[in-house]
Write a protein that binds this ligand. Sequence first.
Ligand code: BTN
Length: 246
Amino acid sequence: MKLVHFSTLSSTNTYLKQHAAEYPTGTVVIADVQTEGRGRLGRSWQMPGGNLCFSVLFADQSGDWSLYPLCCAVAAAEVLEETMGESIGIKWPNDLILKGKKLCGILCEAVPSANDTRIICGIGVNVSLEQADFDRMELPYATSVKLATGRVFNDEERLSLAKKIAARLIETVDNWKTNGFSALKPRYDARLLNQNREVRVLYQNRTIEAVARGINEQGYLVCEANGSRFTVHSGEASVRGLYGYV
Ligand code: BTN
């Protein structure tokens, strides 16, 4: 694993998108501070120092990258859970939830090139943000490691956490590529909080109330409403619980 460390970047995803051709698969780009971080569906992701933001690069010849976000969620959830001793769930497609609030966000993006597609997997973990930070950013459903567990990570510990998550992600992608979806699905399902829960799907400017039934082989969310099933794609939809964030 090649690690490239910056004190400040606009966004680790943007950097890797611009420089993908210069680095091999498995490269990890990490920034102490991210000034123009990006989230899913065009949202922003602010990251002052003391948190974790990094991106991992994969060159992929199959062109099908729909399961990378799920690999990220599984890898980050497992490592964070092992490190903190707290149970971490997944809100489809890849928000990591600790005690009902969002601890970690994931943004995967693809850069097509002549021979393959380069996938950039960006992971942001709220490590030391305080309640006042979330209040100021108007994020009532966000939490951090410090806020939820009282635990403080120094620079070295944060770097080691990023390396562990990146290594688990590389291993998880490898396992999925070698052994197929069935190698990934049980690990994802075991943490999926939306399963059989009532959800509000925000999709193409429409809101649909449905029951989430799980994921299909592309990682889409299978939902049921009025007796019929439909699937939603993570690039287009966001899902909220009917009675809370999840
Ligand atoms: C979301 O929940 O909306 C996704 C947030 C993803 C944030 C990470 S931080 C590292 C990487 N660089 C970015 O600009 N975004 C991702």
